[in-house]
Design a protein around this ligand. Structure first.
Ligand code: TA6
Length: 280
């Protein structure tokens, strides 16, 4: 693991291990890149991603916490919470045959209190190996219960979105948030020929079949009641300033989440873990 401050004030860690290479930013405890040895990159990172303190990174695995999408009652607050915009603290970095383990913590402070009036600790543990294992633990350090919505907002590289099939969510109800928010029922596999932005009420394993790259990616989830599937397609890609217009052909998001009705209530002194494991 090497620490880089190539961008002043923006430490990133580069991992070179027998099993994989990876890059993690301290800002947001954000896994930016992960490439298992012998394969092409699995996580998608926009070439126009903004790498500045306080800004979310377009790609990798944004940690969306303690709310998902807009704040439930105050639209002036940042989209997808504040965890992805703040510097975390590296607590541990260790190497073994299996890979590199890093753990980061974000503790409540006066600034977070402005946005969310609770004391907490958030711990992100990443195991970077032949698989990518990311866990986000929420610890309630306050005297009252609180509810969090969250997502490990994983961007996956694909060869050609038009040829991709997503399996594992058939016969599941989902909230379609493109246009009028509508509850729909998924029949069969998910394919892509337009913007897709769906919150599936299911936390099971998903397989992304990518014939253009000749591979399948498996996304396992634990502690997640919602699976979010997103591809911006052309119009939204054009509107996103940190994403090339044509980039939608090369990625999709499959997110382990607790969103919508699946918010998680954590009692005082209690804890909750959401986990995603990505493998080829
Ligand atoms: O997870 C899907 C989504 O909620 C989309 O609606 C889109 O907004 C995406 O997240 C990206 O959000 P961001 O705030 O990172 O631009």
């Amino acid at each position: 693991i090497t620490l880089s401050e190539a961008i002043p004030g923006y430490p990133t860690f580069t991992v070179n291990h027998a099993t994989c290479t990876a890059r993690v930013a301290l800002n947001g405890a954000h896994v930016m890149e992960w490439t298992p040895t012998g394969h092409s990159p699995v996580l998608y990172l926009s070439p126009e991603a903004v790498l500045e303190p306080g800004k979310p990174i377009r790609g990798g695995i944004p940690v969306c916490w303690p709310w998902f999408n807009a704040h439930p009652s105050d639209a002036s607050k940042p989209m997808h919470g504040f965890a992805r915009n703040r510097p975390w603290t590296l607590m541990e970095a260790s190497e073994s045959e299996e890979g590199v383990k890093m753990s980061f913590v974000l503790c409540s402070d006066a600034a977070t209190h402005e946005l969310w009036p609770f004391e907490f600790e958030a711990h992100l543990t990443v195991i970077l190996g032949a698989k990518l294992d990311v866990s986000l633990q929420t610890i309630n350090k306050s005297g009252s219960e609180f509810s969090v919505a969250e997502a490990l907002h994983t961007y996956l590289t694909v060869g050609d979105i038009a040829q991709v099939t997503v399996k594992g969510l058939a016969e599941t109800t989902y909230l379609d948030t493109v246009g009028e928010r509508t509850l729909r029922h998924q029949t069969g596999d998910i394919t892509f020929d337009q913007e897709v932005d769906r919150q599936y009420f299911s936390g099971g394993t998903v397989v992304v079949e990518d014939p253009a790259l000749g591979r399948k990616l498996t996304v396992e989830k634990n502690g997640s009641g919602t699976t979010v599937v997103w591809n911006p397609w052309i119009e939204k890609s054009k509107r996103l300033g940190d994403l090339p217009d044509e980039a939608y052909h090369q990625f999709l998001c499959v997110e382990a989440a607790n969103a919508g009705e699946a918010v998680v209530t954590v009692p005082p002194g209690g804890a909750h873990v959401i986990q995603t494991i990505i493998s080829l």
